[in-house]
Design a protein around this ligand. Structure first.
Ligand code: SF4
Length: 335
């Protein structure tokens, strides 16, 4: 049993570690426990045999819901639990499920629930999140043959995208960030970048994002001159993944969809401010980070308590320069 991380982006970054488990134990039945959004992300993934949905907002709410879920897991008689989620809850759940081997970082005071603890200190905080997840399994001899963060789609999901968009190169613009407004660049600046890409390179501009970001999508749609395909708040995670995969480029904040783009090897221009651009950068070979060093960064806050200077200082010209550094090879296919 693998307990996945709870954020989409973090879950993408667990994929190399999950694949390492698959490669080391090809005969094992691997079940991933995940919240409903992450469950969609990992549906039909070759690194696991099934995804078990753990929904704390509905049927598994509260202590009783968790106990019921752990009892269901107990009946499954798992041999080993690998905890990519850092919270104590994951340790308690694996313990209550009677899983005899429990691997995970010693975070959140859960050492006593682990049979195979992995120390978590300054070194683990400083490395890329993908490498941190790998460290959990490496600590007990499970090695990755390669560290690619590959995601998967069904042919039917790719076919759905073809029905939605005209022929030609696509840029996905991801202007939200579920974590909070501190991570978000500005709608009118995203609109200006979209206009540039449509005008100079004939790209179709596709807006993506979650239900909480609908207003941001509308603001961009109102500000942009070019035709725009606004999917913000209108897709499932799987459909959003398919829109990301078909694109030649993503322009984005630091967020889950950015990591999904890395999982499909889509070139990325990512705007960073409040978060750490070294530990959560896209885990791919094809990306540019745009940021301005300010004294308070990274603050890791959800909302900026001052004047949002880390984002305000990133200009449209900065982002356009980063985009142009990919051109023209980018239009010939994925880098
Ligand atoms: S405190 Fe600084 S780094 Fe954090 S969001 Fe505000 S300006 Fe950005």
């Amino acid at each position: 049993m693998i307990r996945s991380a709870n954020w989409l982006g973090d879950a993408v970054m667990t994929v190399p570690a999950m694949m390492a488990v698959r490669q080391t134990y090809p005969e094992a039945h691997i079940a991933v426990v995940a919240n409903p959004l992450v469950a969609q992300l990992l549906e039909n993934h070759p690194g696991c045999d099934e995804v078990i949905v753990y929904n704390k907002r509905a049927e598994h709410a509260g202590v009783l819901g968790m106990l019921r879920f752990a009892a269901d897991l107990r009946r499954r008689k798992f041999d080993c639990a690998i905890l990519f989620q850092y919270a104590i809850e994951a340790g308690i759940m694996a313990f209550l499920a009677g899983i005899p081997r429990r691997l995970g970082f010693t975070t959140d005071g859960r050492r006593i629930f682990l049979t195979h603890p992995v120390p978590f200190g300054e070194a683990e905080k400083a490395i890329h999140q993908t490498d941190a997840f790998l460290r959990i399994v490496n600590h007990y001899g499970i090695k990755a043959e390669e560290k690619r963060q590959t995601l998967s789609l069904l042919d039917s999901e790719r076919a759905w995208v073809k029905e939605q968009l005209p022929e030609g190169p696509v840029v996905t613009i991801n202007p939200g960030a579920a974590y909070g407004s501190a991570k978000r660049w500005y709608p009118e600046r995203f609109a200006a970048v979209g206009d540039f890409l449509a005008r100079e390179y004939g790209m179709h501009v596709v807006l993506i994002g979650g239900p909480g970001e609908v207003e941001i999508g509308k603001d961009i749609a109102a500000a942009i001159q070019a035709p725009v395909h606004n999917f913000v708040g209108k897709t499932s995670v799987r459909q959003m993944m398919a829109l990301i995969d078909v694109a030649s480029l993503m322009v984005t904040n630091d967020s889950g969809p950015m990591h999904i783009a890395a999982g499909f090897n889509v070139p990325i221009v990512a705007i960073f401010g409040s978060t750490n651009h070294t530990t959560t950068s896209p885990f791919s070979e094809s990306y540019r980070i745009v940021r301005h060093q300010v004294e308070c960064s990274p603050c890791m806050l959800r909302e900026c308590p001052i004047d949002h200077r880390c984002m305000d200082r990133v200009t449209v010209a900065d982002v356009v320069d980063a985009v142009q550094s990919f051109m023209p090879e980018l239009l010939q296919g994925k880098a």
